[in-house]
Ligand binder design. Structure first.
Ligand SMILES: Cc1ncc(C[n+]2csc(CCOP(=O)(O)OP(=O)(O)O)c2C)c(N)n1
Ligand SMILES: [Mg+2]
Length: 318
């Protein structure tokens, strides 16, 4: 990668972090309705994956999707406006936190029902295979989603039909307040791919460069026509499951230990250690992100809400 690309990835991770910190404040002020699931702590996973994709590769994820939207190239102001339910939002203010999407950027959402987007990913990949586009579908989902029937149906078919899908489980150790060990028969989630004959690997999801290298390798493998690959990214969410989670299921010490592995901190050290950048240069990016986030908040707050006539728009395809 060129220096500008390294810095762009830093910019993306810091932007996700700041946009989400600000959205947590706006939520507490009652300006965001519904659920709000923050990606803070997990930024390196989608940043690394999406940096390795080609524009023809599709992305689909669950409800922890604000960061994924930013990585997919959706401007912070469109994400923020969507969070506030404004007409200028990426889903015209009718999707909200869990339903960010932009097909022009090959970002297929944002899905609220746990595991439900995995069969959709298989369908997208089937379309690409049929039309010989050479595109790969990158499908991200939580550890909890791997206990759901959809997961097993989708993985099975992806092998039967050798679909071009990169399955990525973000093992953040919990499904809401339940530890992986309490809900999953195997705690090394990638083992579940073995049952469907899908090659698999684990990666440190706090290390952007490790995720990026893994994504490049596995996307190339899939593109060669080998069928699906399964990647387990080991990660952690620093905030509650969603806003208002009392977090009685985990110790403060555990959160603090994981914060020492902050993906942004690790990447800063990498950039400075490898002499790709300097602390001053990175601080300047932090400042730029601060301004960009402030502009996004102002844009969202001053945007109009969708009118009542919008209730009947975008329900059926023409
Ligand atoms: C089918 C279904 N069952 C239950 C829920 C409620 N629910 C929302 S998030 C969640 C936990 C999912 O955990 P995981 O897949 O690990 O994702 P994470 O929140 O950790 O990113 C549950 C059970 C839901 N949205 N859909
Ligand atoms: Mg989880």
């Amino acid at each position: 990668m060129q220096k500008a690309e390294y810095l762009d990835l830093y910019h993306q991770m810091v932007l996700i972090r700041r946009v989400e910190e600000r959205s947590a404040e706006l939520y507490q002020q009652g300006k965001i309705g519904g659920f709000l699931h923050l990606y803070i702590g997990q930024e390196a996973v989608s940043t690394g994956l999406i940096a390795a994709r080609q524009p023809k590769d599709r992305i689909i994820t669950a409800y922890r999707d604000h960061g994924v939207a930013i990585n997919a190239g959706i401007p912070a102001k469109s994400v923020m406006a969507e969070l506030l339910g404004k007409a200028t939002g990426i889903s015209k203010g009718k999707g909200g936190s869990m339903h960010m999407a932009d097909v022009d950027k090959n970002f297929w959402g944002g899905h609220a029902v746990v595991g439900a987007h995995l069969p959709i990913a298989a369908g997208l990949a089937l379309g690409d295979q049929y039309q010989e586009t050479g595109g790969v579908t990158i499908c991200m989902f939580g550890d909890g989603a791997t206990n759901i029937g959809f997961f097993h149906e989708a993985l099975n078919l992806s092998r039967v039909w050798d679909l071009p899908v990169l399955w990525v489980t973000e093992n953040n150790q919990y499904g809401m307040g339940t530890t992986v060990e309490r809900a999953s028969a195997v705690s090394e989630i990638r083992q579940k791919a073995e049952g469907y004959g899908i090659p698999n690997a684990r990666v440190d999801g706090m290390d952007l460069m490790a995720v990026h290298a893994a994504a490049e390798e596995h996307l190339a493998y899939i593109r060669e026509g080998n069928g699906p690959f399964f990647l387990e990214a080991i990660t952690y969410r620093f905030r509650g499951h969603s806003m208002g989670d009392p977090e009685r299921y985990r110790e403060k010490d555990e959160i603090e230990r994981w914060k020492e592995e902050d993906p942004i901190g690790i990447y800063r050290k990498y950039l400075v250690g490898k002499k790709i950048s300097t602390p001053d240069e990175l601080d300047a990016i932090d400042q730029q992100v601060e301004e960009e986030t402030q502009e996004a908040v102002e844009f969202a707050e001053s945007s109009p809400e969708p009118g009542p006539e919008q209730l009947f728009e975008h329900i059926y395809a023409d």
